[in-house]
Design a protein around this ligand. Structure first.
Ligand code: MN
Length: 248
């Protein structure tokens, strides 16, 4: 089995190291990851300059680009043979509900899926200190299942692992995305020359869409949450209403 590993926290991130270690004997592993933390980069591609790829170990590469750049480069250029699976993470922090629209962790997995390789996005929904070894054990169990049973090429699974030692893959819940409340306000500060600078506020709390069946609910219950994602954002329910509204 050939595995492509990436992330959005950068190639030196402990979550990626734990993941690579846990999967080491399951197949041939290549890591292509951003050279620095690109959390929140979403699916962006770098189109205004060339990309530089730095070898940082055996089958390990750091790219001065986004998570999506990394997976795109790996699948189209760097890898001699296509991988069987793209595994992104393990992210330092959850990617629940609205987060998936901004997440570089999910974007790296999505890029794999867009290019025809099934993918897993893994996030550790726990504050510091984060127990990546335990989360990596769950990642390993999932990849072993893919090894045994395969996975459809269009599958993109968003996996969140809660804190605590009790969560296992056997008790994982299949979930839908919840919704957060509005993001906290922007924080204005002043640089040493008195010029205002702005920090975007932290993500909002789990909102009204955090009940049973959602990813937020599974994590709150201490269960591994697995949400199957798709790229198609079309609002099918609104199509007919739109035709009526346009009068076409
Ligand atoms: Mn991140």
């Amino acid at each position: 089995m050939r595995l492509l590993l990436s992330n959005d926290d950068g190639y030196r991130a402990p979550g990626l190291a734990a993941l690579a270690e846990a999967l080491a004997d399951l197949g041939e592993i290549t890591v292509v990851a951003p050279e620095r933390n690109r959390s929140g980069a979403s699916n962006s591609l770098t189109l205004d300059r060339p990309l530089r790829v730095s070898p940082v170990g055996e089958n390990r590469y750091a790219v001065d680009g986004t998570p999506a750049d990394c997976v795109y480069l790996a699948l189209t250029t760097l890898l001699e043979a296509p991988p069987d699976l793209v595994v992104s993470g393990i992210n330092a922090g959850e990617n629940l509900g609205d987060d998936v629209l901004y997440s570089g962790t999910v974007a790296a997995a999505m890029e794999g899926c867009l290019l025809g390789t099934p993918a897993l996005a893994l996030s550790l929904a726990s504050p510091e200190p984060r127990d990546y070894a335990r989360a990596a054990g769950i990642a390993r169990a999932l990849v072993e299942k893919v090894l045994r049973e395969g996975m459809a090429k269009d599958w993109l699974l968003n996996v969140n692992i809660p804190r605590g030692a009790e969560a296992t893959l056997a008790q994982a819940r299949v979930t839908r995305l919840g919704r957060r409340t509005r993001q906290a306000g922007t924080i204005r500060q002043f640089d040493p020359r008195g010029v205002p600078v702005y920090w975007l506020g932290p993500a909002g709390e789990p909102g009204t869409e955090a009940g049973p069946g959602t990813d937020f609910h599974a994590i709150a219950d201490g269960c591994v949450s697995i949400t199957p994602l798709q790229m198609d954002l079309s609002a099918y329910a609104n199509m007919e209403k739109l035709v009526t509204w346009l009068g076409t």
